[in-house]
Ligand binder design. Structure first.
Ligand SMILES: Cc1cc2nc3c(=O)[nH]c(=O)nc-3n(C[C@H](O)[C@H](O)[C@H](O)COP(=O)(O)OP(=O)(O)OC[C@H]3O[C@@H](n4cnc5c(N)ncnc54)[C@H](O)[C@@H]3O)c2cc1C
Length: 464
């Protein structure tokens, strides 16, 4: 394992914490959400601000060290940490400022969605954000950013007005509609390929603070009928309706009937980005599909809705995720989920198969307006496999692949790069499509010709 001795240039110029192998904080600081990732950086540079980011980046480049960038640490591929390199860790950069009159929020690169939602909701405002409150705003926004409000307000990246960026050569740039607009385009979906984003400025919208939404739970024997009804309902649902259909293992929680606890089950999360009264009316049909065993739908604070799934994604589990999109959620595709391997969810109580309806504002945005390549999909799906025993790795990964293969005949082959464990140029190109990919390569040639930022879903430069 490489080490960087104390008293280097870095120690002299860095204001934040430098964490080395052997330090008490080393193991907790290199751990990420996905417990399968066990990487041992030479040094973790926990930055206090832009000055630290520039110092750490300059040092890494001078020493020829690989550079990993860490926001919330939720990337399942584990690129927030690296072996033997330098981690630019933004987790201490927690500044948030909301301007309620201009309806904008600026948040630093270490902020999580729970933290941003709390501040924006103090003013009854929000931006589309992740569905688990501990996910970082950084990685999620840079990769696109799907959340409950997206059909009404667009993806997280659609609401990104500007970004403060430290580029590979250590320059500080603001990317906005008027300054470096090409870079802003690439940051809206192109991932961490173009620089280190130290702050994000979002457009905010009136939301809540109390909205209408919650969870409905059905036994598996109702899943086929209810999912079909939900699909048909979503085909004409207003943009305010968001949500997801989830195959998972019902938890041993008091609100779950005893006979369902620990059993494969089918759930629907429903949300309404409008008034509670309108939400109650709009979501009534979904609550009536197939007589749910549990109905926890009603008025709920937006911040509570945003934390509703937290306990279902415990950090530290071993995770292997795959995702893709569908033009249509056909009866035949639904049937696949009810036979093996789909039906053998009990393989792990932490695994979830999630279907999210797109459409609305996600689809209305011009396909070339951002780098995101999947906004015209009708449904998104993700197989988020999670387990605890390393001895199960092979079996769990094989199960995940088999299920995604079984859905293959209906899938578009356009993964959402933020929710896949595997990496490779073919997936990156498939996710963006040829036109956007070519534009991203041009940007990479300009802003990171040496591919300093390569520990990501990488877009390599092509300098011909
Ligand atoms: C439990 C869970 C729930 C999720 N829910 C959603 C969801 O609802 N919607 C959704 O769209 N996605 C969701 N995701 C996927 C999520 O978008 C990605 O995992 C994303 O990478 C997380 O960002 P992060 O900052 O937490 O992760 P990190 O692992 O810290 O970052 C991921 C990558 O982003 C890049 N990066 C991070 N910070 C910066 C920065 N400041 N500047 C430049 N590059 C940077 C780096 O390449 C890094 O490797 C979820 C993931 C998990 C684990």
């Amino acid at each position: 394992m490489a080490t960087i001795e104390p008293s280097t240039e870095l120690d002299k110029s860095f204001a934040g914490q430098l964490i080395r192998p052997g330090d008490d904080a080393y193991d907790t600081s290199r751990a990420v959400f996905n417990g399968m990732i066990d990487r041992k950086p030479a040094i973790i540079a926990r930055c206090t601000g832009v000055a630290d980011v520039r110092v750490a980046l300059t040092f890494a480049r001078a020493q020829g060290l690989a550079v990993a960038v860490r926001g919330g640490g939720h990337g399942v591929a584990g690129n927030a940490v690296c072996d033997d390199g330098l981690v630019i860790d933004l987790t201490a950069m927690k500044g948030i400022r909301v301007d309620p009159d201009r309806r904008i929020a600026q948040a630093q690169g270490g902020v999580t969605w729970g933290e941003l939602d709390r501040e924006t909701q103090a003013f009854g405002l929000a931006v589309t954000g992740g569905r688990v409150s501990t996910t970082g705003i950084a990685g999620l926004t840079l990769g696109g950013g799907s959340g409950w409000l997206e059909r009404k307000l667009g993806l997280a990246c659609d609401n990104l007005l500007s970004a403060d960026v430290v580029t590979a050569d250590g320059q500080f740039l603001v990317a906005s509609a008027t300054e470096h607009p090409d870079l802003l385009w690439g940051l809206r979906g192109g991932g961490g390929n173009f620089g280190i984003v130290t702050a994000f400025t979002y457009e905010l919208h009136p939301v809540g603070p109390v909205v209408y939404g919650g969870i409905l739970l059905h036994s598996m024997d109702r899943a086929e009928e209810v999912l079909r009804s939900y699909r048909d309902f979503m085909a004409t649902a207003p943009d305010e309706v968001g949500g997801a259909a989830v195959f998972f293992t019902a938890p041993p929680e008091p609100f779950v009937p005893t006979h369902l606890q620990g059993q494969p089950a089918f759930g629907m999360i429903v949300t309404y980005a409008g008034s509670v009264e309108d939400g109650e009316m709009a979501l009534r049909p979904v609550r009536e599909f197939g007589a749910p065993e549990v109905d926890l739908v009603g008025p709920i604070p937006y911040v509570a809705l945003q934390r509703m799934l937290d306990s279902g994604f415990p950090p530290g589990c071993r995770n292997y995720w795959k995702s893709d999109n569908l033009d249509e959620l056909s009866d035949a595709a639904i049937a696949v989920l009810l036979e093996p391997p789909g039906s053998s969810l009990s393989l792990s109580p932490y695994t979830q198969i999630v279907f999210v309806p797109f459409g609305g504002a996600v689809a209305r945005m011009d396909a070339q307006a951002t780098a995101v390549g999947w906004r015209d999909a009708v449904w998104y799906f993700e197989v988020a496999s999670a387990w605890t025993d390393p001895a199960d790795d092979e079996r769990q990964i094989a199960w995940t692949r088999a299920l995604v293969d079984a859905l293959g005949p209906w899938a578009r082959g356009v993964p959402y790069l933020n929710t896949i464990s595997d990496q490779g140029l073919d997936r990156v190109q498939a996710s963006y499509g040829p036109e956007r990919y070519a534009r991203l390569v041009t940007l990479k040639n300009i802003y990171d010709p040496d591919n300093v930022f390569r520990l990501n879903q990488n877009i390599p430069p092509d300098l011909g």
